[in-house]
Design a protein around this ligand. Structure first.
Ligand SMILES: *Cc1c(COP(=O)(O)O)cnc(C)c1O
Length: 463
C-alpha cells in the first residue's frame, strides 16, 4: 500500500500563498480576538478552517460556468441541476437555495411545528438553529461512541435506536414527526452511518408514520466509507450507494459547498409523495432566496453544481481524499497527539480537552488551541466545542459539550501531501509546548451562533 494514494488529477492553475513570520501572525491573532474566523485569508498560509465552499473546481466545471444561462426564469442550468439530483440521488423535486442554511430555513419553517421534538444524529450549528427557530426541540439520538473521541467504533454516525424509541415512547409520533440523519456527521468528527443502521431507523419510523429528512451535505464521503467498510457493498459504485441512502428518506437538504464540489449553492429535494411539503417550500423560496428556478444561485452556479454532483461520486477521487486525511491523522497519531478516532471523511479532529488538560472547558481549550496552531505555522483551523455549542437557553450556562475539538478541515482537491505534512508539523510543535498554553475568556459574545464573531483574550487558569 502506498503511504498516500495519488490524486487522480493534476494542477493547471496556481494560487500563490503568503509566507509570514511568527511575530506577524501573533499580531494578526491578537487583532482577530483569538478567533480564527476573524483572521484575514491573506494572512493564512494553509487554510484548514473549513471544507465549505473551498473546493477546487474541475476544468469541466469551469467550462460549465461559461454555459451559464442567466435568465431570471426557467434557466436551462436549473433543468440540468434537477436532472442531476434526480439521476444521482433519486429525488423527483428540487428547490434551489443559495446555500445549505437557506434550504434548512425553508424546510424547518414549513415542516416543524411549535413543540415538535426533532431527533438528529448529533447536531449541526445552523440545522439546530433553524429547527429551534421554527419552534422545534432538538434531541440528540446518536450512538454514545460518537461522544467519545478515543472510541474506534467505525459507525459513530449511527442513530441509537433505543434513544429514538425512548423519545417516541415519551412524546409520541404526534410530536416526533421526523428524524433527521446526516451522513459523515461533522460535529462527531466526520463519522459515517451504516446503511444497515439507516434501514433500521427507516423501518422503525415507517411503522409509526415518522418521516426521515436527511442532511446530505457529505453524502459521497459517507458512501465511500460504506463501500470500504460495510459488508455487502464493496462491489457497489459510490453513486449507487448514494442513491440507496436517499431511497430511505422522504427528502433532504444539501449544502452543495461540501460534496457538491462548488463554492456556493444548496438545495432541498423531495421524493414523490411529498408534493404538499415541496409546494409549500417552493412557495416560500421566492420570499427568501429567489425565484424557484434559481433560489439565490446564478445559472452558472447551478451548472457547476450539476457537474460537481457527478464528479464527487468518483471512487478514485474519494480514495485519494481519504488517504490524504489519513496521512495527516497518522502523522499526528504517531506523535501521541490526542485525536478523534477513526479518521473522518472531511477533516482531522484534535481532542483539545486531552491536549490541554490543565484548562477547564469554560477556559475554551479548543478555541485557544486553534489560535496557537495559527500562530505556530499559519495553519488555520476551527473550534468545535464549548464556544460552538453556545449557551443553554434555560440555564444561560455554557453547554460544555462532551466533545471539545479543533477541526483541521481539508478542502477538496486543493492541497498537496507536503501541505498536509507541514500542517501536521505545526500541530506537533504546539503539542511539545502544550503545558505553557493559557486559556481564554470572552471580551465580546454574540447571542446566536456566537463562534463566528466572538472575541477573546488570554487568561491564566487560577485552579
Ligand atoms: C455546512 C453545513 C450546513 C449549512 O450549510 P451552508 O451551506 O453553510 O449554509 C448544514 N449542515 C451541515 C452538516 C453542514 O456541514
Amino acid at each position: 500500500m502506498p503511504r498516500c494514494i495519488p490524486e487522480p488529477y493534476k494542477i493547471k492553475m496556481v494560487e500563490p500563498l503568503q509566507v509570514t513570520t511568527r511575530e506577524y501572525r501573533q499580531q494578526c491573532m491578537e487583532e482577530a480576538g483569538y478567533n480564527t474566523f476573524l483572521l484575514k485569508s491573506k494572512d493564512v498560509f494553509i487554510d484548514l478552517l473549513t471544507d465549505s465552499g473551498t473546493s477546487a473546481m474541475s476544468e469541466v466545471q469551469w467550462a460549465g460556468l461559461m454555459r451559464g444561462d442567466e435568465a431570471y426564469a426557467g434557466s436551462r442550468n436549473f433543468d440540468h441541476l434537477c436532472e442531476a439530483v434526480e439521476e444521482i440521488l433519486g429525488y423527483a423535486y428540487t428547490v434551489p437555495t443559495h446555500q445549505g442554511r437557506g434550504a434548512e430555513h425553508l424546510f424547518f419553517q414549513n415542516f416543524v411545528q411549535a413543540g415538535d421534538v426533532v431527533p438528529m444524529n448529533m447536531y449541526f450549528t445552523t440545522t439546530r438553529q433553524h429547527a429551534e427557530l421554527a419552534g422545534g426541540v432538538f434531541q440528540d439520538v446518536i450512538v454514545d461512541e460518537a461522544h467519545d473521541p478515543a472510541s474506534k467504533c467505525l459507525w459513530k454516525g449511527n442513530v441509537d435506536l433505543e434513544k429514538l424509541r425512548a423519545l417516541v415512547d415519551k412524546y409520541g409520533p404526534e410530536r416526533v414527526r421526523m428524524v433527521s440523519m446526516a451522513p459523515n456527521v461533522n460535529m462527531a468528527g466526520g463519522q459515517p452511518f451504516s446503511l444497515a443502521n439507516l434501514k433500521e431507523v427507516r423501518q422503525f419510523c415507517e411503522r409509526r408514520g415518522i418521516r426521515i429528512f436527511m442532511d446530505i451535505t457529505r453524502i459521497a464521503e459517507n458512501a465511500y466509507f460504506i463501500k470500504e467498510r460495510e459488508e455487502g457493498y464493496s462491489d457497489w459504485s459510490v453513486r449507487d450507494i448514494m442513491r440507496e441512502i436517499c431511497a430511505h428518506s422522504d427528502g433532504a437538504w444539501m449544502s452543495a459547498k461540501k460534496d457538491g464540489l462548488v463554492n456556493i449553492g444548496g438545495f432541498l429535494a423531495f421524493h414523490k409523495g411529498q408534493e404538499e411539503l415541496f409546494e409549500r417550500c417552493r412557495r416560500m423560496v421566492v420570499v427568501y432566496e429567489g425565484l424557484h428556478t434559481y433560489g439565490g444561485m446564478a445559472g452558472r452556479d447551478m451548472e457547476a453544481l450539476a457537474i460537481g454532483l457527478g464528479e464527487v461520486c468518483d471512487a478514485d477521487y474519494l480514495a485519494a481524499r481519504v488517504s490524504q486525511l489519513r496521512l495527516l491523522h497518522g502523522m499526528l497519531d504517531e506523535e501521541g497527539v490526542p485525536l478523534v478516532h477513526p479518521c473522518g471523511g472531511h477533516g482531522v479532529f484534535l481532542d483539545a480537552q486531552a491536549f490541554l488538560p490543565h484548562l477547564d472547558q469554560d477556559l475554551f481549550p479548543a478555541q485557544m488551541l486553534a489560535a496557537q496552531i495559527y500562530m505556530e505555522g499559519g495553519v488555520r483551523s476551527m473550534e468545535r466545542g464549548n464556544v460552538s455549542a453556545g449557551r443553554d437557553p434555560e440555564s444561560g450556562q455554557n453547554r460544555r459539550p462532551p466533545l471539545e475539538l479543533v477541526r483541521l478541515t481539508v478542502p477538496r482537491r486543493v492541497y498537496t501531501q507536503t501541505h498536509m505534512e507541514y500542517a501536521a508539523e505545526s500541530v506537533i510543535d504546539v503539542f511539545r509546548r502544550r503545558e505553557r498554553i493559557p486559556g481564554l475568556k470572552f471580551t465580546y459574545e454574540p447571542e446566536v451562533l456566537r463562534f463566528f464573531q466572538a472575541r477573546f483574550e488570554p487568561v491564566t487558569p487560577t485552579r
